[in-house]
Write a protein that binds this ligand. Structure first.
Ligand SMILES: *Cc1c(COP(=O)(O)O)cnc(C)c1O
Length: 392
C-alpha cells in the first residue's frame, strides 16, 4: 500500500434523517467496554438484563423477546419467515415503502400472498382492515406501524384484537415507533413485532429487537416445515436467548452493551415522558417548518412526531438542498423513497435527537438553504415559530 489511510476522524454530523440517528454519548461510551465471551456468566447476565428491559420498552410479558443480531430488516424477515409456511394465506397492508419491503419478504416464503394498498401518506381504518380480514382470511396480517417513508402513523391499537377474531396473527413493523411513540404489544394484542437499535433507541445500527406472543410461539411450534432461513430460525436461536444458552452464533457483544445502555436510558426517562418529549419537539419543528412554507405529506390526524416528511417546495432541488445542509451545516436529513423520490424531505428527531437544539438548528439551516435557492422566506421565521411553541 502506497499510503496508509489516516486515523479515522470523520467530520461530525447531526443525524436528523430517517436513521441512523445520533447515538447517545452514554451508549458510545459503553461501547468501549472490553469484550466478554458470549457464554461468560457475566455476559449471560447482561443478556438477561437486556431482555427484561426490552420487554418493558415493548410493554409485553412475551417470553420470546430479544434483539436479533442484525438491522431492522432482519427483524422483519425473522417475524415473517418464522410465522409463514409455504401455501399459507398472508395479507400485507401497504401504506408506503416499508410496506413494499414486507410484500417482498413475505412473497419469498412461498405463501399465498394478498396485497392491499392505500395511497402513500394515508393509513388503513379499522373498518377497512375488518373487510380485508373477512375477504382474505389470512393466517398472518402484516402492517407497518410507523411508516418512515411517508411520516404516517398507522393506528394498530385495536388491530390485534380484530385479527384474533378472524384467527389471524398480527405482525407489525415498529422500527421507527419503538422509543418514540407508544408501543403496547400486550394491550394491543400484537403477535410479532420488530424494531431497530438506531432510531428511537439512540444506539448504532446493528440490532433488531423482536417479540413474539404466546400465540405466535404456538404457530412456530406447530410448523410442518423448517424455517427457510438458518440464521433467523427462532426454533434454534431461542436456545441461546432462552434457557440453555446453547451456542447459535457469536453474539455481537459490543452491540448488546450498546442496546443495554440505550434501554436503560429509555426506562430512566420513563416511556410516557419520552413519548411526550417527542410530541413537544415535533410541535416546535412543525410550527417552524410550516413557517418556512413547508407542507407535510401525512394528514395531521395520523402524523408521526419523530419523522417529519414534508414536500420539497417547487424550484428547490432535492439533492443540492440536502448537500448544502450537509456540507455547510453538518446536518443530514433524508430524501424521499419510492413514490416520493425527489419530492420529499424527511426530518427525524428521534430518541436522543428529539431535543430543542436539534429542532432549532435544523430550522435555521433549512431557512438558509431555502433562501439560497430563491424561496421567499421571512428571515428568522422558522426559529421564531418554534421558539413560540417552546415558550407556551
Ligand atoms: C429503517 C426501517 C426499516 C429497516 O431497518 P434497517 O435497520 O435499515 O434494516 C424497516 N422498517 C421501517 C419502517 C424503517 O423505518
Amino acid at each position: 500500500m502506497a499510503t496508509l489511510p489516516g486515523q479515522l476522524s470523520p467530520t461530525p454530523r447531526l443525524l436528523l434523517g430517517p436513521g441512523p440517528s445520533d447515538a447517545h454519548p452514554r451508549v458510545l461510551s459503553v461501547m468501549s467496554t472490553p469484550l466478554l465471551g458470549h457464554l461468560d456468566p457475566q455476559f449471560l447476565e447482561i443478556m438477561t438484563e437486556t431482555q427484561t428491559m426490552l420487554r418493558e420498552v415493548f410493554r409485553t410479558k412475551n417470553q420470546l423477546t430479544f434483539p436479533v443480531s442484525a438491522t431492522g430488516m432482519a427483524g422483519m424477515e425473522t417475524c415473517l419467515v418464522n410465522l409463514i409456511e409455504p401455501g399459507d394465506p398472508v395479507t400485507v397492508c401497504c401504506i408506503g415503502y416499508f410496506g413494499t419491503r414486507m410484500i417482498d419478504v413475505a412473497g419469498r416464503t412461498g405463501c399465498n400472498l394478498t396485497v392491499k394498498h392505500k395511497p402513500w401518506g394515508d393509513v388503513f381504518t379499522l373498518d377497512e382492515l375488518r373487510d380485508i380480514l373477512k375477504e382474505t382470511r389470512p393466517k398472518v396480517l402484516a402492517l407497518v406501524h410507523a411508516e418512515t417513508s411517508t411520516g404516517a402513523l398507522q393506528d394498530i391499537s385495536e388491530v390485534g384484537k380484530l385479527c384474533h377474531e378472524y384467527d389471524a396473527l398480527l405482525v407489525t413493523d415498529c422500527v421507527t415507533s419503538l422509543g418514540c411513540t407508544p408501543v403496547e404489544l400486550d394491550a394491543w394484542e400484537v403477535d410479532a413485532a420488530f424494531s431497530c437499535s438506531q432510531k428511537g433507541l439512540s444506539c448504532p445500527p446493528g440490532m433488531s429487537p423482536i417479540s413474539f406472543s404466546p400465540r405466535a410461539v404456538d404457530k412456530l411450534k406447530s410448523r410442518k416445515t423448517k424455517v427457510q432461513s438458518w440464521y433467523l430460525d427462532l426454533t434454534s436461536i431461542q436456545s441461546y436467548w432462552g434457557g440453555d444458552r446453547a451456542y447459535h452464533h457469536t453474539a455481537p457483544i459490543t452491540m448488546i452493551y450498546a442496546l443495554r445502555e440505550g434501554l436503560r436510558l429509555v426506562l430512566e426517562e420513563g416511556l410516557e415522558a419520552r413519548w411526550a418529549r417527542h410530541v413537544r419537539n415535533h410541535k416546535a419543528l412543525k410550527a417552524g417548518l410550516e413557517a418556512l412554507g413547508l407542507e407535510y405529506i401525512a394528514a395531521e390526524a395520523h402524523r408521526l412526531p419523530q419523522l417529519n416528511a414534508v414536500k420539497i417546495p417547487a424550484g428547490i432541488d432535492d439533492v443540492a438542498g440536502r448537500k448544502k445542509l450537509l456540507t455547510e451545516f453538518g446536518i443530514e436529513i433524508g430524501g424521499g423513497l419510492g413514490d416520493f423520490k425527489g419530492k420529499a424531505w424527511r426530518i427525524g428527531i428521534m430518541g436522543y435527537n428529539s431535543r430543542p437544539i436539534c429542532v432549532l438548528s435544523v430550522l435555521a439551516a433549512m431557512e438558509h438553504v431555502l433562501r439560497a435557492f430563491g424561496a421567499k422566506v421571512t428571515p428568522g421565521s422558522g426559529v421564531a415559530a418554534a421558539e413560540a411553541i417552546y415558550a407556551a
